[in-house]
Design a protein around this ligand. Sequence first.
Ligand code: ADP
Length: 270
Amino acid sequence: NQPDPDIEVIKDHLKNIKYKILVLSGKGGVGKSTVCGQISYALAAQYESQNKQIGALDIDICGPSLPQVFGVQGEQVHQSGSGWSPIFVDENLSLMSIGFLLPSLEDAVIWRGPKKNGMIKQFLRDVDWEELEYLLVDTPPGTSDEHLSIVQYLKPAGLTGAIIVTTPQEVSLLDVRKEITFCKKVGVPIIGVVENMSGFACPKCKIESKIFPPSTGGAEKMCEEMNVTFLGKVPIDPLIGQCCDEGKSFVKEFPNSPASLAYKNIITKI
Ligand code: ADP
């Protein structure tokens, strides 16, 4: 079993990226891409004055959402002398997504493991990020071939760790426990868990309703039990969905909303 020579190439290629973070979830639909997108926007705003760059890489091959969340769907990726140029979303925020390589927005990718692995390797080896403060990698839900590939190549290049997104419901928490076990098994440090869709404050009556009432104490208690950092709760806010659909930064549009304050607090811990 020869070591893959690309591991060294990738390590060298990504040496100017300070923090490399995976965004994981046990289940689909819990808001992983939304959290990844809004955290990227929040980091970009935070580092703008220092002229530091933030990058996002979308390897959710079956359902790439970040082009939509960043409002850049349908853009063409250009090949430059030094690789593929990511698409700029903002002055200091750029994105590379499998979504840019599909012939049309309706196309689905049906690939077997080795082809997915090849694509991920190409993303890590050929995207010309130059220098980044943070690279956030949005992954598919669960633990699949894509996760094994990304960990295989990013770990030697200095993977900072993983952020795991869940809802307060036990069905989601159950899968998060599996996700935590996966990280521990493959040696990926867990930066922490974000509880998304954690309550809804009615804008009219100001009363908070628990839309997904946790039967077991929610993510915070699970983190305590599993000795993992709890990064914070993001409430349900219909404007988050609206901003994502319109490709706008929620944290910029509604900076003082409870969800924006939650995102801003989360980035202080990563
Ligand atoms: P995943 O990546 O886990 O599959 P998404 O990020 O695509 O999930 O989110 C699923 C849906 O929920 C999207 O329509 C998104 O806009 C919406 N959503 C996510 N988080 C929130 C939130 N905190 N408040 C309101 N809507 C949200």
